[in-house]
Design a protein. Structure first.
Ligand code: SAH
Ligand code: SF4
Length: 439
C-alpha cells in the first residue's frame, strides 16, 4: 500500500517537473514514506533518518521529508524538538506536497498532517516504471477499528474511488503491457462507488476490472472475513482472469481473543466461509495474517490458532508478534504476554506454516500449471521465473521460445516450501484458448 502511495506521490511531483534520481547525493529533496503498523517498521525509519542526517550536513539546502503514517506521530519529535526534518506530510495531503516542499525550500517547515474524509487521489495518474506487475489503491482508510490496529487513526475513514476511474487506470496499464494487477484496500469488501447511481460494490468492480483485458490477471487484497460476500465468490468463478487466491486474515483462532480484537467474527464463521469458498471456487487458495501474543493470550488460545492453521492449510501466511500501538484500544490493555513466550508461539506458528507450505507444494509435483513469465529467476539467468494464478513462484530452465509476459504451461517436478520447479510444456494463447489461466 505504501508502494502504491509512493507512486501517487511520484505522479504528483513529476507533474511539477521533479524527477527521480538513484543517487541520494544528487537529490534536492529526499522523502521517506513511513509505516506505523508495528514498532519495528517505525524503528527502521528512525535508523534511516539517522543515516540521512549526514546527507543534510553535506548539503544544507537539501529538503528532508517524512511522508505517510508516521508523519503525525513524528511531527513534534523530528520537526519541533530534534529539528532534523523539514517536512512532514501525512497520507491525505500528498496533493499539496509541492507547496509544502516550496515552503521548506524557503526555510520554513512544511507540515500537512490533516486526514480527509474524501481524498482518494482518483484523478492522479501514479508514476509507474514499465513492468508486468502493478497495484491500484481502490479505496483508502478503514472503519473497522480492530483494537490492535493503528490504521484507522493514521489513514482515517474509509472512502472509495469511482469504478470508472479504476477501469480507466486499468486500460492505461493494459496499453502499457502490464499483466498482473492487484487492487488494494484495507478492507476491499467495503468498496462502494457511491457516486454512481448503481452503488457498485467490490464484486462489481472486480467484474468490470476483469473485462478490461482478458490477458491481464487481477488480484485483490485485503478481504475482511466479516464482509466478504457470496456474490464476490461467484464473481471470481465467472472470470478466469480473476485469480483464485484470497488473502483472508484470521489473526487468531480463539473466539475470546477475536472478540478482544474486535474482529467481529467467530472462528466458526471464518471456517464456514473457507468451506463455502472452496465449494464455489474449485482450486481456490488462501493466505492469512496471524498475530501472536495479543494481551491475555493463553497457551490454549495459541493452540486454537494452530488448530485453525491445520484446518485451513493456508498456502501462505504473514505472521507477527503483537506490537502495542499508541492510541489504539488494545494499548490500554496490559501487554502481558512475555516477550520470550510471544517469540516461542510465533516460532511455532512460522514452523507449522512452513511445513504446510512444503506439503502443499509437494502435492503439486506432477501437476500442470499455467504461469505468467516475469523474467530471470533471482538466483540464475539460466532459469526463468513466473507465477501461477494462486501466486506461487515457479522456476523453469530458460528456453529461447520463452519470453517475458508469455503465459506458458509447465509441469511441476520439484518443490520447496517457497518455490516450485517445473519443465516447459507449451505456450498458451490466452485470447485464442478461451482465457483459461489455470491448467
Ligand atoms: N486491513 C488488513 C490488515 C492491514 S495491517 C486486514 O484487516 O486484514 C496487516 C496486518 O498487520 C494485520 O492483518 C495484522 O495481522 C498485522 N498487525 C496490525 N497491527 C498489528 C499490531 N499492532 N501488532 C502486530 N501485528 C499487527
Ligand atoms: Fe486495521 Fe482491522 Fe482495518 Fe485491517 S480491518 S486495517 S486490521 S482496523
Amino acid at each position: 500500500m505504501n508502494l502504491a502511495d509512493t507512486e501517487i506521490v511520484l505522479g504528483i511531483l513529476k507533474k511539477q517537473g521533479y524527477d527521480v534520481t538513484d543517487n541520494p547525493e544528487n537529490a534536492d529533496v529526499v522523502l521517506l514514506n513511513t509505516c506505523s503498523i508495528r514498532d519495528n517498521a517505525e524503528q527502521r525509519i528512525y535508523g534511516r533518518i539517522g543515516n540521512l542526517k549526514t546527507l543534510k550536513q553535506n548539503n544544507p539546502d537539501l529538503v528532508l521529508g517524512i511522508l505517510g503514517c508516521m508523519a503525525e506521530r513524528l511531527r513534534k519529535d523530528l520537526v519541533e524538538d530534534k529539528k532534523v526534518v523539514d517536512l512532514v506530510v501525512g497520507p491525505d495531503e500528498y496533493r499539496r506536497l509541492p507547496e509544502y516542499i516550496d515552503v521548506a525550500f524557503n526555510g520554513d517547515k512544511g507540515i500537512g498532517v490533516k486526514l480527509s474524509r474524501t481524498e482518494t487521489y482518483d484523478d492522479i495518474e501514479p508514476h509507474r516504471e514499465d513492468g508486468l506487475n502493478a497495484w491500484i489503491s481502490v479505496m483508502r482508510g478503514c472503519d473497522k477499528f480492530c483494537t490492535f490496529c493503528v490504521v484507522p487513526f493514521t489513514r482515517g475513514r474509509e472512502r472509495s474511488r469511482s469504478l470508472q476511474s479504476i477501469v480507466t487506470e486499468l486500460e492505461n496499464l493494459s496499453a502499457r503491457g502490464f499483466k498482473d494487477v492487484t487492487l488494494l484496500g484495507q478492507n476491499v469488501n467495503s468498496y462502494l462507488d457511491e457516486e454512481s447511481k448503481n452503488n457498485w460494490d467490490f464484486a462489481d468492480l472486480l467484474s468490470a476490472s476483469a473485462k478490461v483485458d482478458r490477458t491481464m490477471r487481477i488480484r485483490f487484497s485485503t478481504s475482511h472475513p466479516q464482509d466478504i460476500s457470496v456474490k464476490l465468490l461467484y464473481t471470481i468463478t465467472e472470470h478466469p482472469n480473476l485469480c483464485n487466491y484470497i488473502h483472508l486474515p484470521v489473526q487468531s483462532g480463539s473466539n475470546r481473543i477475536l472478540d478482544l480484537m474486535n474482529r467481529t467474527y467467530t472462528v466458526e464463521h471464518y471456517l464456514n466461509l473457507i468451506e463455502k469458498a472452496k465449494k464455489i471456487i474449485p482450486g481456490v487458495s488462501f493466505s492469512t495474517d496471524i498475530i501472536s501474543g495479543f494481551p491475555t493470550e493463553t497457551w490454549e488460545d495459541h493452540f486454537a490458532t494452530i488448530e485453525v492453521m491445520k484446518r485451513v492449510r493456508y498456502d501462505g501466511a504473514y505472521m507477527f508478534k503483537y506490537s502495542p500501538r499508541e492510541g489504539t484500544k488494545a494499548f490500554k490493555m496490559e501487554d502481558d504476554v512475555a516477550e520470550e513466550i510471544k517469540s516461542k508461539r510465533l516460532q511455532e506458528i512460522v514452523d507449522l506454516q512452513q511445513q504446510i507450505s512444503l506439503e502443499k507444494n509437494q502435492e503439486m509435483i506432477g501437476k500442470e500449471e499455467i504461469i505468467l513469465v516475469e523474467g530471470f529467476s533471482k538466483k540464475s539467468n539460466q532459469y526463468i521465473a513466473g507465477r501461477t494464478d494462486t501466486n506461487k513462484m515457479v522456476i523453469v530452465p530458460i528456453d529461447n521460445k520463452i519470453k517475458n509476459s508469455d503465459y506458458i504451461k509447465v509441469k511441476i517436478n520439484r518443490a520447496t516450501s517457497g518455490t516450485l520447479f517445473g519443465d516447459y510444456l507449451s505456450h498458451i494463447d490466452i485470447e485464442k484458448q478461451g482465457i483459461a489461466l489455470t491448467a
